[in-house]
Design a protein around this ligand. Sequence first.
Ligand SMILES: [Zn+2]
Length: 372
Amino acid sequence: MRSAVSFLRRLFGPRGESSTSLSDAECEFLARLGRGDTLGSLQGVWSPIVGSLERKVDRFLEDGLLEDVSISERLCCVYGVAELKELLKEKGVKPKGKKSDLIDALIVALGAENISELVKHVQLYRLTEPGQEQLDAFEKRKTIERARMEELALLSLVKGDMKRAAEIVSQHEAGKVFQRGMSTGAAGGGFRFFEADLQAALFLVKYEYEDLPLSPDRRRRVGAALALSKLLGESTFDAGRRLLELAEGEFRCPSLSGPLMDSRCRVESYEIDPDMPQEIAELQAPELYARTRLFEANSYCQLRELKTDRTGRGVSILPHDEQACTICLGGRLDYSWSEIGKLPRLPRDWGCGCSYLAWIPDIDAEIRGLFD
Ligand SMILES: [Zn+2]
């Protein structure tokens, strides 16, 4: 029967493609159910987005995208071994064997009616073949849309058109079911960048990248890739992956090879480990490079803001943790407004994760000073 259905589907396309056209939010909700989340665990987050979850699930079941799972699977999902043993003991049955044996024993001990009562609150489902096909098509469409968005944004960034690039990325963000920085959201809502992020992206676009042995055109593309990463709020790992791709798998930065091998760069994850998988090892240099440039852009914007606000006596350098940056910790940390020209540019080295903040001397010390 199943093969006949899939044969017909091959002829006429997946069932429901015409009758069930799901929104992005519905597809993502279906995916969560398909991953084995119970309906109860999804209520709080998903009902504001897709409405009554029960009604949605009924529709998915009717359309043959989902199916119920067996009683054993539901028992397995909610009860641990200890609880199952306890339930069996209550029924006077001596528990023995693996979890699946305990579940089988419990089903026999309780009888069909009682067992359904026990798991009636566990609404657990599995994707059917057509359901999986719907989700695969959804994923494929999303991947294509994202690639197109990135391509357009990169094109604008290479041309230095930050306004257009930001528009493209924010349009993409606004269309997401879960927007960045929000726990819940609704498709179609607005998305706005923080001014600081746009400034940092602009810094990255304009940066020269003279330490990379690449053609001017490639360097512009490095700037565009890092700026896009910033606009998308990606991790430094993803930013590094973009650089590795641009360098066609062979990212080289001569000034970086030293710090990677010696202890000046105290980022533990970059210690060379001979057992490290090749693909991770390849990403070390581009990630550290991307991380440092992104950090430089953020520090530049941070300092600009501090200089505009002019709060406190000047600007301090805040070491990011005790053992992090020997260069900053070994030097001066506070600079008054009159000495601001001497303030070092951050980061001072690969691995420097220090940041700027307003220098506001301890008020208690000020008061103490009055009585000295
Ligand atoms: Zn530092």
